[in-house]
Design a protein around this ligand. Structure first.
Ligand code: TTP
Ligand code: MG
Length: 388
């Protein structure tokens, strides 16, 4: 399997039947048997069930009373949250040994950005095996790992990896892999959206991906429809970052008269990139990607985003990415523009990110720092990199 070192590589790790497996470490007689952990009172609910108990139809959030009826031979245990959260911390700490960018999303689940780690850990499957081995050795628990080009595909892959396995899908395979799956398999589609889509005779992700935009927008609302449609093909360009902590630094220019020349636009993108870059470096953070915003003469506004091969704070990386996005957008819609904006997204602390992922020398960053100092002393217009 070929995978360039710069392609995005996201792992999603999720412990198997977490609470049950912890209990099994203390009582080996529970291994291989139906075990249910949860609230034991009359109003208690199942926290989780072992895979053996799942065969009986027992599942999380079900009433324990119902679970007992479905699986009378199961062992029912109360949960011990303090213990589980202590083990969860150890789990996350092991994951952090493999990547500085680990986003934990629940007690037993996290995303790891493994982009550019091939030289360190070898191919993704091997890296995932290594993680599984360290988790087994460190906390004695089985874990499943989904591997994909983005968070969305990695998450869906974990479902196929479970239990106790690894499953990988590359970006080129993602559309075919997603196509036949029911819409409900797409993270973010709950029972309500499933029903709304079913009313439109949309049952599979392929049908969802190919559905007319207007129809979807009416059924799901415009924002949700626009968000979900590319995801049905396995496309997800969001940088890996804590939800709700999304931060960006941006600069934009509105023109007194609309501009139409591409070289003029590129010049402006360069200035905006340098402005954003200087603010980014001052903030002491690295960005994971850049975005451009274009507003056309008729006020329609688009944004286009792209992730950097490595977290970065150099002007050149921002400018090159923003320029490529501009050129691409202009190919799609050649029209005069009234506003251009450039921003950097997916900001994170520098010290940790540089340590592992950025194995390349940061000449861009160093040069940009030097230019910042000159600009600080002599003003913004004093010096500018040559346009290539
Ligand atoms: P999950 O990862 O959803 O489930 P799991 O680890 O038990 O099983 P698997 O990942 O193999 O499918 O949730 C992790 C833990 O969170 C789970 O062990 C118990 C707890 N939990 C609840 O308490 N209530 C719930 O409704 C769910 C879904 C999980
Ligand atoms: Mg789990």
């Amino acid at each position: 399997m070929t995978q360039s070192n710069l392609e995005r590589l996201i792992f999603h790790a999720d412990l198997d039947a977490f609470y049950v497996e912890v209990e099994r470490q203390y009582d080996h007689s529970l291994r291989g048997k139906p075990v249910i952990v949860g609230g034991m009172g009359p109003r208690g609910v199942v926290s989780t069930a072992s895979y053996e108990a799942r065969e009986f139809g027992v599942h999380s959030a079900q009433s324990t009373v119902v679970a007992r009826k479905l699986c009378p031979e199961g062992t029912f245990l109360p949960s011990n949250h303090a213990l589980y959260s202590e083990i969860s911390k150890k789990f996350m700490a092991i994951l952090r040994e493999f990547s500085p960018i680990v986003i934990s999303v629940s007690i037993d689940e996290a995303y790891l950005d493994m982009t550019g780690t091939k030289d360190i850990y070898g191919p993704p499957q091997k890296a995932a095996e290594e993680i599984r081995k360290n988790i087994q050795n460190g906390i004695g628990l089985p874990v499943s790992i989904g591997i994909g080009p983005n968070r969305l595909v990695a998450k869906v892959c974990t479902e196929y990896a479970k239990p106790d396995g690894i499953f990988q899908i590359q970006q080129v395979e993602a559309e075919n892999f997603f196509g036949p799956q029911p819409v409900r398999n797409l993270p973010g589609i709950g029972p309500k959206a499933e029903e709304a889509l079913g009313n439109l005779n949309i049952f599979t992700l392929k049908q969802l991906a190919n559905a007319p935009v207007g129809l979807l927008r009416r059924a799901l609302g415009p924002n949700r429809a626009d968000y979900i449609r590319p995801r049905a093909r396995g496309i997800d360009n969001e940088p890996l970052q804590e939800r709700g902590k999304a931060k960006s630094i941006s600069a934009e220019t509105t023109f007194e008269t609309d501009i139409s020349g591409q070289s003029e636009m590129i010049k402006i993108v360069k200035q905006l990139s340098e402005r954003v870059g200087a603010r980014l470096r001052k903030s002491g953070q690295l960005a994971r990607g850049a975005t451009i915003k274009l507003r056309y003469r008729d006020f329609t506004t688009i944004t286009r985003q792209r992730t950097f091969p490595n977290p970065n704070d150099g002007d050149q990386a921002i400018y090159e990415t923003a320029q490529a996005l501009l050129v691409k957008a202009m190919k799609e819609r050649r029209e005069s523009i009234r506003l251009i904006g450039v921003s950097v997204t997916g900001l994170g602390p520098k010290a940790t990110q540089l340590s592992l992922l950025d194995t390349h020398p940061t000449a861009d960053s160093d040069t940009s720092f030097a230019l910042d100092r000159i600009r600080d002393r002599f003003g913004n217009e004093a010096i500018s990199r040559g346009t290539q």
